[in-house]
Design a protein around this ligand. Structure first.
Ligand SMILES: Nc1ncnc2c1ncn2[C@@H]1O[C@H](COP(=O)(O)OP(=O)(O)O)[C@@H](O)[C@H]1O
Ligand SMILES: [Mg+2]
Length: 247
């Protein structure tokens, strides 16, 4: 099976040439379709930077990202945007819902952007609202929702567009314990039931234990000696790996 995502010897430097910081230093991995992969690293280790590079929102200093078999560096801005819209759904710590749009409109946004008409939106959006327990909130604006409702809205939005890969950046970072757990169960189901591929970046061991595979980002590289493989990873497995790696 060919990987939906391939990252090859990726580097990212920030700053002026006389005072550069290397955030990512030769990072390589691949994700097979339908897998739930987690990359763990402490705050400031480059997790969000990595997702930006994967989504083509920023460009690497060196190395390559292949998304759905396409080398991003070989695409112009426009083609990259189109590939991202087709391939990637993004779930953020701070939700990134459009503040002036209702829940229904936010969830339907990828369809509107793709030029789908009302009939298509009305066949796809309501079942998602139902499924994610936000149907009673369908007219609400984002600021009227709880954190859990906001995140479930953003997962529904990511599913609405039909993109095969969900990039999740600390999706429970701004939620209560309980709402966070529900969001993780939802992401696991999106993988198991909908066959979507999930790439989660987090520093939360509980969240990492939901994955099929956990890798550790240390000093800008992925630790090769220690990769956790599911199913049925536990939070203790993750804690044990973290203490062995002293992170
Ligand atoms: N646009 C940028 N310009 C300069 N430095 C940046 C930029 N984005 C991120 N960084 C730096 O890169 C490092 C990694 O950041 P980030 O990817 O946000 O880490 P994480 O998501 O793991 O917390 C941090 O030291 C951060 O300050
Ligand atoms: Mg981050």
């Amino acid at each position: 099976m060919s990987a939906i995502l391939r990252v090859d010897d990726l580097y990212k430097f920030f700053g002026r040439s006389d005072s550069q910081t290397a955030v990512l230093r030769g990072l390589s991995f691949a994700v097979e379709p339908g897998r739930f992969v987690c990359i763990m690293g402490p705050s400031g280790s480059g997790k969000s930077t990595l997702l930006h590079l994967i989504a083509g929102l920023d460009e690497p200093s060196a190395g390559k990202v292949e998304l759905a078999g396409e080398d991003l560096s070989k695409l112009g801005q426009r083609a990259r945007t189109l590939l991202r819209r087709r391939t990637v759904g993004y779930v953020f710590q701070f939700f990134n819902l459009l503040p002036n749009l209702s829940v229904t409109e936010n969830v339907g946004l990828p369809l509107s952007i793709a030029g789908q008409g009302r009939a298509v939106r009305e066949s796809i959006v309501p079942p998602l609202l139902e499924r994610f327990g936000i149907v009673a909130r369908k007219q609400a604006l984002p600021h009227e929702l709880s954190g859990g409702e906001m995140q479930r809205t953003s997962i529904a939005r990511a599913l609405a567009g039909g993109q095969p890969l969900l990039l999740c950046d600390e999706p429970t970072g701004n939620l209560s314990q309980k709402a966070g757990l529900e969001v993780m169960e939802t992401l696991r189901e999106v993988c198991d039931r909908d066959g979507r591929t999930v790439l989660l970046v987090t520093h939360n061991p509980r969240d990492a234990a939901f994955a099929d595979e956990v890798r550790f980002l240390v000093d800008g590289r992925l630790e090769t000696e220690r990769v956790l493989h599911g199913p049925n990873l536990t939070v203790d497995d993750v804690h044990e790996a973290l203490s062995a790696l002293q992170i």
